[in-house]
Design a protein around this ligand. Structure first.
Ligand SMILES: Nc1ncnc2c1ncn2[C@@H]1O[C@H](COP(=O)(O)OP(=O)(O)O)[C@@H](O)[C@H]1O
Ligand SMILES: [Mg+2]
Length: 295
């Protein structure tokens, strides 16, 4: 039984291919973005894993997201097992969607206003205390994420247009320590938590090898995290939303808040962290998907 990996960036595949091979699992990539789809044909047997990325348009794959929407609907209608399926794709594609779901589940999230099209961005920013953050609703890898110290500063700025027409204005969450934490979960289990250095890393925090910065590593394993109470809450959220594989990002503030602000359902694991961690993200994924295929 084969594992079909749906995405659009073959550069991200080697660590997963190596993990599937090491586990003895048959696997193939399905690169989305162009092609044909015969809606009357039955999908090939196997388990499907979608890791479509919200930033795929930045790699010249403008149609990859809508292609994935069509393919996942087709797979699910045919009864195929899809990990990170049709609903999860919409979570990946919209931070407004993520924050709404997190908030409804009782998580502390940053105060956020979504501004659509030529809506009143400055007016929205004026409702938040300064500094504040502006970001794209559909992004990833820090796309369009900028911090402003005043509405005037925002008024003078030239912003990249968001691909879905939605810009978020968001409370700036001041970290108590100069890092954010990302909690990786696979198949109902914690992989590990990593920290990403915000002092040097700024807002562009893509953990893939392909995005690695020069100099000392920006990413580190966060030790002694397994018993942190947020882990069980993220696992419960993932289970309720049918999320098989994800990284949850949070910031801890000086006044004791733990603020969750991003869910990544197309995680790339950092090689420096993988080298020292007690568990491996790609290996856990390979085992999880093999288990799903064996059902
Ligand atoms: N509201 C915020 N307050 C403080 N820092 C933020 C905030 N939002 C984002 N950041 C910083 O910018 C980075 C990228 O933002 P994020 O929302 O995770 O977008 P992406 O999906 O592009 O990763 C975060 O990891 C964090 O360091
Ligand atoms: Mg992020």
């Amino acid at each position: 039984m084969s594992i079909h990996v749906l995405h659009e960036n073959p550069e991200w595949y080697p660590p997963f291919a190596a993990a599937f091979d090491a586990e003895g699992v048959e696997h193939r990539q399905w690169l989305l973005g162009e092609g044909t789809l015969d809606l009357d044909a039955p999908p090939p047997p196997g388990v499907y894993w979608s890791r479509m990325s919200a930033s795929s348009h930045t790699r010249g794959h403008a149609f990859a997201k809508d292609h994935t929407r069509a393919v996942l609907s087709w797979l699910e209608a045919a009864g195929r097992r899809v990990v990170n399926g049709r609903r999860v794709l919409e979570l990946e594609m919209s931070k407004a969607d993520q924050l709404t779901a997190l908030r409804a589940a009782g998580f502390d999230v940053p105060r956020t206003i979504a501004v659509v099209g030529s809506g009143d961005l400055l007016g929205a920013a004026g409702k938040l205390p300064a500094p504040f953050v502006v970001k794209h609703n559909q992004g990833g890898k820090g796309l369009g994420v900028r911090r402003f110290d005043s509405v005037e500063e925002l008024a003078d700025a030239t912003l990249e247009p968001p691909v879905d027409g939605i810009t978020l204005v968001q409370e700036y969450v001041r970290p108590a320590h100069p890092h954010i934490t990302r909690v990786e979960v696979v198949g109902g289990e914690l992989v590990y938590a990593i920290t990403a250095d915000v002092a040097r890393g700024g807002f562009e925090l893509c953990p893939a090898d392909a995005c690695a910065a020069t100099g000392p590593p920006l990413f580190a394993l966060r030790e002694d995290f397994d018993d942190h109470p947020i882990v069980a809450r993220y696992l419960d959220f993932a289970r309720r939303h049918g999320i098989g594989i994800a990284g949850f990002e949070f910031i801890e503030t000086a006044d004791g808040r733990l603020v969750t602000y991003d869910i990544n359902t197309n995680t790339n694991y950092n090689p420096d962290v993988e080298a020292v961690a007690p568990r491996s993200g790609p290996r856990m994924i390979a085992r999880f998907l093999a288990g799903e295929a064996g059902r």
